[in-house]
Design a protein around this ligand. Structure first.
Ligand code: SAM
Length: 279
């Protein structure tokens, strides 16, 4: 893990859920027996994790996608997709390589594989998520070298100065505690553009802004603060801003009581996606 002590949270969550199912086999059985349509998004995500644990990676990915669609509104899904399409469109003819930061399950990576022709490097602090999600879903692309999986910390990237023509991230920059170190590190390695897709809440939405701060992400969900930070670190920023929509806290598990999906927002609010185009 790039020689630092940060934990692989995906692996920890996996172990936590495995322990829960060991102690509560009835919950695992209830998930298995339930019709997927009858489960709420958080429970369906737990069912997907159960499949993942059993090595049924493709089924797990499909189930997770269904859970994701259950957790968000049509507008959220449409606006999210529009930003990913925008980034893939911008990078359609980029010779690459394109390096995606904090790739997670790879919603943006998947879009880039479809819409751009450059080789893509997916990175994440968690080797587990890269191997079990992207590696399992795109074996041909990893085999051919079109997709490289590089576990690493975004605050200490294993790339030389000014070596990456295009950097991307989808809800990555905002989810890495202490974003300034990441922003400076991205600036160091980038020789072209950074496309950072973010979700924002209004400045005066105190409850959600404070909840983000409690997660170790102060200011990350404020467009003006995050843009200001990027500019102070030497980037010129042009926002590609989507339409605002109302959004609610995501559901909590019933079959797996207390299982969450998305930590934000904590109360209903207005939100919007913006891709910060940084040079
Ligand atoms: C919301 S997910 C990203 C979603 C993803 N980009 C996509 O397109 O589906 C946030 C990711 O940030 C990763 N992460 C957190 N801290 C990190 C760090 N210091 N360096 C790299 N990745 C990190 C987490 O492991 C997680 O996979």
């Amino acid at each position: 893990m790039c020689g630092n002590e940060k934990n692989d949270s995906w692996d920890e969550n996996k172990s936590g859920l495995a322990l829960f199912f060991l102690e509560h086999p009835e919950a695992a059985r209830a998930l298995e027996e339930a019709d997927n349509d009858s489960l709420n998004g958080a429970d369906l995500a737990c069912k997907s994790a159960l499949c993942q644990q059993r090595g049924m990676y493709l089924e797990a990915a499909e189930m997770f996608r269904a859970a994701w669609r259950k957790c968000y509104s049509e507008e959220y899904i449409r606006e999210f997709g529009a930003q990913l399409d925008f980034i893939a469109g911008e990078l359609k003819s980029c010779p690459g390589p394109i390096v995606d930061i904090a790739s997670g399950r790879g919603m943006l990576v998947e879009k880039l594989l479809e819409g751009a022709r450059a080789p893509i490097t997916a990175t994440d602090l968690s080797p587990t998520v890269l191997k079990e999600h992207l590696g399992a879903r795109f074996p041909n692309e990893t085999e051919s070298g079109r997709l490289t999986l590089t576990p690493c910390d975004a605050t200490a990237l294993p790339f030389p100065d000014s070596s990456i023509p295009a950097l991307t991230t989808c809800l990555g920059l905002q989810n890495i505690p202490g974003p300034e170190r990441t922003v400076r590190e991205l600036r160091r390695v980038c020789e072209g553009r950074l496309y950072a897709m973010c979700a924002f809440f209004p400045e005066d939405d105190r409850e959600n802004q404070e909840a983000a701060a409690r997660l170790g992400l102060p200011g990350a969900y404020s467009q003006s603060k995050l843009q200001g930070l990027l500019e102070r670190c030497g980037w010129r920023v042009a926002p590609h801003e989507g339409r605002p929509f109302r959004t609610m806290p995501t559901p909590v598990g019933v079959v797996v009581p207390g299982a969450g999906f998305d930590a934000l927002p904590v109360v209903e609010t207005t939100s919007w996606f913006t891709t910060l185009i940084c040079e």
